[in-house]
Design a binder for this molecule. Structure first.
Ligand code: AHR
Length: 309
């Protein structure tokens, strides 16, 4: 009113900022924290009103959050689905309310692909392949030696756990040097990574040659378990993990982790731009894949100062 009295009128879009309801998986890893910071910062910079809900790794909390966003009539719903399946009903409700849905980071498994506009995030199968390729090259340097692998999987039913397992298996399949000994979930957390690795070590001890962890946090937890068992992580047990967070670079610089396959969490700016495009009626690609690299321990010290998360 004060502006109007002074004769100043604002354009319509300035009066009503875009409202995005975002349901985050939780705070299970260093990666996730960086992802949350990226989304919150980008919203601020883009002048977007962000309604943020933390699902604490539970699908039912995400469903509740999405229903609450529908009731609040937000302009766009975005979420990173904890697991792939079980989304049809709530996404149909969003569609009926004419609220566009953008997936970030993780995919959903729905028969009707029109239930979401686009998925912004990594190619997890390719990440798994990259981890596998690094290991195949490593094995080549020790011809004739069999390497027994243990695998720490991410959250059961989540896209990154399913896809990173599949991509890795695709590459190591049929390689006579590489043998999968055990595979189990450790829910993408450090605490579980340590716990499950302890169990692996108890059962197989020095027979374990390689750990493949679906994220750096589980690898870092496992490193602790390996050290407590009197073994040298990165040497007695070669460790391959995914994400490329600072903690992984620190572990590599200490010689405790051999390689990390990058997974880019900095999705905030692209999410804000895409949400604006969708609301403006601009065409948006069904899949937006982010660029990623592989960082072996040899480059860790050089790359560390450039890391943003
Ligand atoms: O969906 C991405 C995965 O989720 C990251 O690799 C992991 O750290 C996170 O918890």
């Amino acid at each position: 009113a004060a502006l109007a009295m002074a004769g100043i009128t604002l354009p319509a879009f300035a009066a009503k900022p875009l409202v995005i309801g975002f349901s985050q998986v939780g705070a299970e890893s260093e990666w996730r924290t960086a992802n949350t910071v990226s989304i919150k910062d980008a919203a601020k910079k883009a002048g977007v009103t962000l309604k943020f809900a933390d699902a604490q790794q539970r699908q039912e909390n995400q469903v509740k959050a999405i229903r609450s966003f529908i009731a609040q009539k937000v302009d766009v719903i975005a979420f990173s689905p904890v697991v792939e399946s079980g989304w049809d009903t709530v996404l149909r409700e969003a569609k009926a309310a004419k609220i566009p849905v953008i997936l970030t980071d993780r995919d959903v498994n729905v028969a009707d692909k029109s239930l979401y506009v686009t998925l912004i995030g990594s190619d997890f199968v390719e990440e798994g392949r990259r981890a596998g390729r690094w290991l195949v090259d490593y094995a080549k340097k020790q011809p004739g030696k069999t390497l027994n692998i243990v695998e720490l999987q991410g959250t059961v039913g989540s896209a990154p756990a399913i896809d990173r397992k599949a991509g890795f298996e695709e590459v190591i399949k049929g390689n006579p040097q590489l043998k999968m000994l055990r595979t189990q979930t450790a829910e993408f957390t450090r605490a579980k990574g340590k716990e499950v690795m302890e169990a692996f070590l108890k059962a197989h001890g020095k027979n374990i040659n390689v750990l493949y962890a679906h994220n750096d946090d589980m690898a870092i937890g496992a490193i602790q378990a390996i050290e407590e068992a009197g073994l040298k992580p990165g040497k007695d047990i070669v460790i391959v993990s995914v994400d490329g967070v600072r903690g992984a670079f620190e572990a590599m610089m200490q010689g405790k982790l051999n390689v990390t396959v990058e997974c880019n969490p900095l999705l905030g700016p692209l999410l804000m731009q895409t949400a604006k495009d969708v609301v403006a009626g601009k065409p948006v690609q069904k899949r937006l894949v982010v660029e990623e690299r592989v960082f072996p321990a040899e480059v860790a010290a050089k790359e560390f100062p450039n890391r943003k998360y």
